[in-house]
Design a binder for this molecule. Sequence first.
Ligand SMILES: Nc1ncnc2c1ncn2[C@@H]1O[C@H](COP(=O)(O)OP(=O)(O)OP(=O)(O)O)[C@@H](O)[C@H]1O
Length: 315
Amino acid sequence: MIQTENLCKAYNDLMVVKDLNLKVEKNDIYGFLGPNGAGKTTTIMMLLGLVPKSGGKIYLLGNEMKPNNVELKRKIGVVSENQYFYRDMTASEYLNFFGEIYEVENRQKRIDKLMSAVGLEKEKNKNLGAYSKGMQQKLAFVKALLHDPELLILDEPVANLDPTSIKQIRDLIEEEHEAGRTVFVSSHLLSEVEKLCKKVGIINQGKLLAEDNMDNIKRKLSDTVTIRTELNQEAQNLEPVLSNLPFIKAFQSKENKIEVQLKTDRDYRKDLSEAIFNSGYIILSMQAKEMSLEEAFITITQQNISLLTDRGNGQ
Ligand SMILES: Nc1ncnc2c1ncn2[C@@H]1O[C@H](COP(=O)(O)OP(=O)(O)OP(=O)(O)O)[C@@H](O)[C@H]1O
């Protein structure tokens, strides 16, 4: 759906995107992440043909992207940080204007459905000049989806939104994804990305450092997983038993709760349960404390760790 090969961008002598090899598959919801100034917006602008690239290739929907490829652009829906609106038009006039240009079938029905999905059904006759930032952003979503694009490219799509609106947009993205759309989304709101995206790409200083599904990224970053277990009685005799097991790297207990660090070369939870049970304890609950996307993001970007060495792309 989106593939870049050694994509580069230089402003004067400064390389801000360096040999970027992205791969977004059909029907992915792909989170494109990176610290401020990492090169996300520049990359998105190049994908859309709005900023010329300095080198490399871009393929969208299987075709090489050329800035004047109008047919290809029609298959893409875009929400960017700064949208331009005609302030004197009502939302309804604005959407009908674009609906006509895109030749959207059942236009009014589609507009009504999308406006109601983002909670703007009662605001459709209001002038856009009177729309708040959040309302403008939701309207940008409606416009992006109006023509049934195959690919959605979203740059900070929920930046101005309140929690209820964020959920409306998340639900809408999930619904559109289930209808077969591929979604490429850049956002600093990592809790949202974590809820929405299966796969993420992380860039830092213009270079791709990681591109994988979230679980693989977390696993690659950590050689242990923390398991918290609650037992039916105080864990006083367990330490000598568990500390001797080769798959346990650390152990601590307090009253009837224990916390162990398990190796991650395979899933050792069954082995742990058996060892605890054979020592005469009953497990009341067991939880894995997962690394959050935020922890993974900070580790990768602050230490500039590349998880891509196995892809042989030299990054
Ligand atoms: N028109 C421009 N001229 C010169 N340098 C630019 C221009 N646009 C962006 N840059 C530089 O390119 C780098 C990447 O910027 P970009 O906006 O792509 O980052 P970003 O990852 O989207 O950041 P943020 O999360 O802060 O929006 C930054 O160092 C920025 O200063």
